[in-house]
Ligand binder design. Structure first.
Ligand code: SAM
Ligand code: SF4
Length: 323
């Protein structure tokens, strides 16, 4: 699918639930959290129907996210069904990693291609603090198990001023020790994230380069998402930088997002999109639904405008979108 700005749209992020076992302070409100009722969530069949139609018109990669996707009991079945679609080349998962260990065999069986684990600190007490009570140990164990079993695993940390910016060199060491990819992400001013100050990717790089040499590794936004990658001189592990705010990568945006209640979002920042659940439950045909998806992709906005909030800005929090 090509949108009105000439971009190829081939990546669909699917949130399967807004519920989560953690309460990350930048993702969820600190009080009055409301979750979708079960009947509001898309069923497995509804999710797979959308994925099938989207794959017929050009979606090649799907990421399963949430809330915490491993909270939902049929997530691995959803992955398996989507992975079996003939045009789908890659199905990935984003998780906080707490339950990951116990789902690894099922995930391997489902054909999962890669797993992103969110890890904003390596310190037990800070992890408990930022996640609203989470235990880091099962996350670290899950990461080790993924590596042991040969699953492609990437770690993501949102960098927050005065919270984890002093740990950046430790994250790099961790990536080197485990020989895996660690990505630093700027905080987006969305939902609870507005209350936190990020540090820019340029500042993070400067901080690293005062101590370590970074060697450009690969940088292919078109095919490999918005990260820019580096190696350290040791050559082990990979460091990625994602700068949605300081260097927007909207010009290469290739994605659309489906919320757990069936809303197809055109852009993370804007609330516009299509309520596919409503249309499906009213009996829309596959042909009509395909056209709705196509039109929604075609009319994606040119770029986000996080810096200038207006009536079109997204009011949902990140746990309700999927990141
Ligand atoms: N629960 C899973 C997890 O934490 O990986 C998947 C859903 S979570 C919403 C997906 C990603 O969004 C996480 O890596 C989280 O750190 C990130 N995220 C949440 N709020 C954010 C914000 N305001 N800016 C940038 N990333 C954010
Ligand atoms: Fe849950 Fe992920 Fe949001 Fe943390 S970032 S509260 S783990 S959905």
């Amino acid at each position: 699918m090509i949108d009105q700005w000439g971009r190829t749209i081939d990546y669909l992020r699917i949130s399967v639930t807004d519920r989560c076992n953690l309460r990350c302070k930048y993702c969820m409100p600190d009080k009055d959290i409301s979750f979708m009722q079960k009947k509001e969530l898309l069923t497995k069949d509804e999710i797979c129907r959308i994925a099938k139609l989207a794959s017929d018109i050009g979606i090649k990669k799907v990421r399963i996210t949430g809330g915490e996707p491993l909270i939902r009991k049929d997530t691995t079945d959803i992955i398996k069904d989507i992975k079996s679609l003939k045009n789908i080349k890659e199905v990935c998962l984003t998780t906080n990693g707490i339950f990951l260990n116990s789902y690894l065999d099922k995930l391997i069986d489902s054909g999962i291609d890669a797993i992103n684990v969110s890890l904003d600190t390596l310190k037990e007490d800070k992890y408990r603090d930022i996640t609203g009570g989470g235990d880091i140990m099962p996350v670290l164990n899950s990461i080790n198990k993924c590596i042991e079993k040969g699953i492609k695993v990437k770690l993501n940390a949102v960098i927050i001023k005065d919270f984890n910016d002093k740990e950046i060199l430790d994250f790099i060491k961790f990536a080197e020790e485990k020989n895996i990819e660690f990505r630093f992400i700027e905080m987006m001013p969305l939902g609870a994230g507005k209350k936190f100050e990020t540090i820019t990717v340029d500042e993070i790089k400067k901080l690293i380069e005062e101590n370590r040499k970074l060697i450009p590794y690969k940088s292919s936004p078109k095919n490999n998402g918005p990260a820019v990658y580096y190696k350290t001189e040791e050559g082990k592990g990979t460091i990625g930088f994602i700068s949605p705010i300081s260097h927007t990568f909207c010009g290469n945006c290739n994605r659309i997002r489906l919320t757990a209640d069936g809303f197809l979002k055109q852009c993370l920042h804007f609330k516009k999109g299509e309520d596919l659940k409503k249309l499906m439950r009213q009996g829309i045909t596959d042909e009509e639904l395909t056209n709705v998806i196509k039109e929604c992709c075609y009319s994606k906005p040119e770029q986000h405008a996080f810096q200038s909030e207006n009536q079109d800005s997204e009011k949902r929090f990140m746990y309700q979108i999927g990141g």
